[in-house]
Ligand binder design. Structure first.
Ligand code: MN3
Length: 196
């Protein structure tokens, strides 16, 4: 069964003005779609065609891993973005206070990771051994490869921000952190991660 591009969880203009409809047309409609298409070409006729995306990500290398992980990473990124995406609450807030000191300090750690990732990649909020942590990964690399459970991510490949912010990656990061974090999604992911 071929992999398919999951529908966006909102309209293409829903993240404007922080992320424009034009960026979504390219980033979702072209880049994300291309990873799906490339993955399908690579796994066609192989055992990976019958595996889940997560099974491929944990086991594969090279182009199969890169495209499978990029399909997964982008779907997760879109789900993590939302205007008016709630506020941190409940057990998640307790964990943030314990592991970072405050929500502002967590955002500062995410800013630092996303800003300093050299070249293409991602910054992540993860659960690592029961604690919250902020990490950064290069290219398609992602937490499932490191026995970490992802809660949220920000894409810092240039294609994520170049139409709206040109080279100003720090401005893109700040706008996303201040306006588009889907805390309801993070709360759900944290609850699921702590049950596993
Ligand atoms: Mn991307």
């Amino acid at each position: 069964m071929a992999f398919s591009l999951p529908p966006l969880p909102y309209a293409k203009d829903a993240l404007a003005p922080y992320i424009s409809e034009e960026t979504l047309e390219y980033h979702y409609g072209k880049h994300h779609q291309a990873y799906v298409n490339n993955l399908n070409k690579l796994v066609d006729g192989t055992a990976d065609a019958e595996r889940s995306l997560e099974e491929i990500i944990v086991n594969a290398d090279g182009g199969v891993f890169n495209n499978a992980a990029q399909v997964w990473n982008h779907t997760f990124y879109w789900e993590g973005l939302k205007p008016n995406g709630g506020v941190p609450e409940g057990a998640l807030v307790d964990a943030i206070d314990r592991d970072f000191g405050s929500v502002d300090a967590l955002k500062q750690a995410l800013t630092e990771a996303a800003t300093t990732q050299f070249g293409s990649g991602w910054a992540w909020l993860v659960v690592d051994g029961g604690s919250l942590a902020v990490t950064k990964t290069g290219n398609a690399d992602m937490p499932l490869r490191h026995d970490q459970k992802p809660l949220w991510t920000i894409d810092v490949w240039e294609h994520a921000y170049y139409i709206d912010y040109r080279n100003a990656r720090p401005e893109y990061i700040q706008k996303v952190l201040d306006n588009l974090m889907n805390w309801d999604f993070i709360i759900d992911n944290y609850a699921r991660a702590m049950r596993l």
